[in-house]
Design a protein around this ligand. Structure first.
Ligand SMILES: N[C@@H](CCC(=O)N[C@@H](CS)C(=O)NCC(=O)O)C(=O)O
Length: 209
């Protein structure tokens, strides 16, 4: 069975949410950072970066959440949760996936790294306002693109909405204001999908033991 290596409230939710959308069964392997499990020799064979998510399936191990989303959606839901290769819709899907990972997420991860994730001696406090400003710039662009669209690809929900919504929620949890009313409505719409709540409940249940 497909294995997902992850931890609650991380990018691993992108993968489990997608799998729940597609009705694909998976085994969730909890990687507990606090217990040093992400740096264990066994886990470093799965993801040499010592990060989550990673997956194990079809005789391969794979990491990088964006690539995993595309692979799993292409495998289990081609033409539905991910548009077919070579189509204009696929081009748009990729554009907004890359935008999410490099423009929207990047400043959030900069905030996280320089507030708590990096070893103290590598943290640079002065970068925090710049990262917050960059996040707002990316939000503005996303808001202008979405206008009144229901989803990134218009009226059809797709896997890129999982990336975008999970990243917007991440921004809010980092206390970065998301003030555009269309983004707030978009987030509510995407987060109302039952698959998201199932994925999160399963993660929480695992943590509770
Ligand atoms: N670009 C990677 C980033 C993965 C990543 O940084 N994951 C975080 C959790 S959301 C992590 O494992 N952090 C632990 C660390 O940096 O040591 C992806 O999208 O999968």
């Amino acid at each position: 069975m497909l294995k997902v290596y992850g931890y609650p409230k991380t990018r691993a939710t992108r993968i489990t949410w997608l799998l729940e959308e597609m009705g694909v069964e998976y085994e969730y392997c909890l990687v507990d950072f606090a217990k040093g499990e992400s740096q264990s020799p066994e886990y470093l064979k799965i993801n040499p970066a010592g990060k989550v998510p990673a997956i194990e399936t079809d005789g391969i191990v794979m990491f990088e959440s964006g690539a995993i989303v595309n692979f799993l959606a292409d495998k289990h839901s081609p033409g539905d949760l991910i548009p077919a290769l070579g189509t204009v819709q696929r081009a748009l899907f990729e554009q907004w996936s890359y935008f999410t990972l490099t423009e929207l997420e990047q400043p959030l991860w900069t905030l996280g790294k320089h507030k708590f994730a990096l070893p103290k001696k590598y943290r640079v406090e002065d970068i925090l306002p710049t990262a917050a400003w960059e996040f707002q710039k990316a939000l503005k662009l996303l808001s202008e693109f979405l206008q009144d669209s229901e989803f990134v690809l218009g009226d059809k929900f797709s896997a890129v909405d999982i990336l975008v919504a999970q990243t917007l929620r991440w921004g809010m949890s980092f206390k970065q204001p998301v003030e555009q009313s269309n983004l707030i409505a978009y987030l509510e719409r995407v987060e109302a999908r039952p698959a998201r709540n199932i994925a999160i409940s399963k993660e929480e249940a695992l943590l509770a033991g």
